[in-house]
Design a protein around this ligand. Structure first.
Ligand SMILES: Nc1ncnc2c1ncn2[C@@H]1O[C@H](COP(=O)(O)OP(=O)(O)OP(=O)(O)O)[C@@H](O)[C@H]1O
Length: 250
């Protein structure tokens, strides 16, 4: 089967510093994959490269078999990969619904006849309605996005990626800055709203990682030292030594 996302022998150097040293990752369509590792391991650098925010020094990145190594962020996004940021990217002055409609319109942006543009506008509104419910913001549709709570803004941010039609999502610390109850709700929301899509997330919260991921890769000093199911990673001696610690019993 063609991988949804394939990272092949990827290196990244900044000057004399080698931050990524031959990273391989293969993520199946529909898989939820978490990337964990200590601070400075290179997780954000790898995310940037996948999303088109930089070029690897060497190696190749494929999205559903298509080489995206040298594409910029907009071109990668057009091919169905969306990245959500810790700093949410919602339009504060627009309503929740209009945020979602804009994302859907942008994805549906139609050229051609007036009739075709009208049908695109209608399809965008319908998609916005669907996503609104999927991310649990149905009751907040007409509220200005800037007045949402932080957790709601993260939900809307996820909604923007879904409304844009992304089949592959990169989530950057989706529960960062949330209390335990908010984080637990966010995990459930991500699980239900992204069903059937491919997910790669960087996350430090081990409840979120072990609760959501089908497989986990552990990055240490620019190298993937282990990839496996949560159970395999939990009991992996090198992972425990390098990252989880011996007190980790979840
Ligand atoms: N543009 C850059 N120029 C030079 N060094 C960089 C650059 N970007 C990142 N680095 C270095 O690369 C290393 C990896 O950083 P990165 O942010 O990818 O790690 P991380 O695993 O995401 O860490 P954290 O969990 O703290 O976010 C760090 O030592 C960082 O200082």
């Amino acid at each position: 089967m063609t991988a949804a996302l394939a990272v092949q022998r990827v290196y990244k150097r900044f000057g004399a510093t080698e931050v990524l040293c031959g990273v391989d990752l293969s993520i199946e369509p529909g898989e939820r994959h978490a990337l964990i590792g200590p601070n400075g391991a290179g997780k954000s650098t790898l995310f940037n490269l996948i999303a088109g925010g930089g070029r690897p020094s060497a190696g190749r990145i494929e999205l559903f078999g298509v080489d995206i190594t040298r594409l910029g962020p907009a071109a990668v996004n057009r091919r169905g990969l969306a990245r959500s940021f810790q700093n949410t990217s919602v339009f504060a002055g627009l309503s929740v619904f209009d945020n979602l409609r804009c994302a859907a319109l942008f994805a549906e942006r139609g050229r051609g006849s007036r009739w075709r543009r009208w049908t695109h506008a209608r399809a965008a509104s319908e998609r916005a309605e669907q996503v609104l419910d999927a991310v649990g913001l149905g009751a907040r549709a007409q509220v200005l996005a800037g007045t949402l709570s932080y957790a709601e803004q993260r939900a809307l941010d996820l909604g923007l990626a879904l409304a844009g039609g992304a089949h592959t999502l990169l989530l950057d610390e989706p529960t960062a800055g949330m209390n335990r109850a908010e984080a637990a709700r966010a995990i459930e929301l991500i699980r239900s709203a992204t069903a059937g899509r491919t997910l790669l997330m960087v996350e430090h919260d081990m409840d979120a990682v072990f609760g959501l991921a089908d497989r986990i890769s552990v990055l240490v000093e620019g190298r993937v030292i282990a990839t496996g199911t949560p159970a395999a990673i939990r009991s992996h001696a090198a992972v425990r030594a390098a990252y989880l610690g011996d007190g980790f019993e979840r």
